[in-house]
Ligand binder design. Structure first.
Ligand code: SAM
Length: 277
């Protein structure tokens, strides 16, 4: 009897302690992203790697801003395994009002993306296509969030343009062939309040890309920078900024005059150009 009273007393005490602990230290809402064990695969499809993780980390870093942004339409170009678009859909899941599109030039990737989305209970409209061909009219000016981990590795130009696994990395000269095709398409698809999160390698000359985008009225900010053993990755966020013109012209003039200090100087310029959001 005494033992049973004592154990009930201990249980009540434990429950009360847990209750007061969580009242004082409320548990943070865990941000859900795609789980690797549920990400589907195929030998011809790019598996999530450091670059994919950097892009999802950028989305997680901006989670609150993304929720406040209330995107109606989100899109990924080059979805591969579906890890990124699935993570984005899970990050924004509590809103329940966003609609998702994902494209890939590789038909196996589109199938694998479908399986990954399904395994996580989220949905996106999928298209096997070159960048966004077939969606230009339907989505012009409507995409509020676009995410892209493009093929960015510098390769001989002949390697660009396939639809197998090589399409995941073959970026042509300076890794810019596909990137330079995606940017004007993104400009056409993004809404007035649209955000573009795009991953670049240092070899892609991201500052030059930022200056090019600045000419089109976009501000830029590095959300994630990561140096792995093999590469230096940057996830850059772009958004239209009506005040950009005047400051942009000054910065462009400075950069065009050349920098003796190379990449470090360019990065500091890039940070200076950034407007915190
Ligand atoms: C570096 S992988 C990224 C895959 C995935 N988003 C990730 O982060 O793990 C690039 C993806 O872009 C796709 N891709 C390459 N060129 C493309 C194009 N012109 N149009 C659409 N997708 C393309 C590739 O097939 C590949 O799946």
């Amino acid at each position: 009897m005494l033992a049973s009273n004592l154990s009930s007393y201990m249980v009540i005490l434990a429950v009360l302690s847990l209750f007061s602990y969580f009242t004082i230290f409320p548990p943070k809402m865990a941000s859900r992203i795609a789980q690797i064990r549920l990400v589907s695969s195929h030998p011809q499809v790019y598996e999530p790697c450091d670059d994919s993780f950097a892009l999802v980390d950028a989305l997680l870093a901006d989670r609150k801003k993304l929720l406040d942004h209330r995107p109606a339409i989100c899109m990924e170009v080059g979805s591969g395994s579906g890890y990124v678009i699935t993570s984005l859909a899970l990050i924004l899941q509590e809103m329940k009002t966003s609609y998702y599109f994902a494209t890939d030039i590789n038909p196996h990737a589109v199938r694998v993306t479908h399986e990954t989305l399904e395994a996580h209970g989220v949905h996106a409209e999928l298209l096997t296509t070159n960048i966004a061909a077939g969606l230009e009219k339907r989505l012009a000016g409507l995409v509020d969030v676009m995410v892209v981990n493009p093929p960015y590795v510098p390769t001989p130009e002949e390697e660009v343009g396939g639809d197998g696994i090589a399409a995941a990395w073959a970026g042509g000269e300076n890794g810019r062939s596909v990137i330079d095709k995606i940017l004007p398409i993104a400009d056409n698809l993004l809404s007035e309040k649209g955000w573009l999160y795009m991953l670049f390698l240092a070899a892609n000359d991201p500052l030059q890309i930022c200056l090019q985008m600045r000419d089109k009225g976009y501000a830029a900010k590095i959300v994630v920078q990561r140096a792995t053993e093999e590469e230096s990755l940057h996830v850059i966020k772009f958004w239209r900024d009506s005040d950009i013109r005047m400051e942009g012209n000054e910065a462009v003039a400075t950069a065009k005059n050349g920098s003796p200090r190379g990449w470090e100087f360019l990065l500091s310029q890039l940070s200076r150009l950034s407007f915190r959001r």
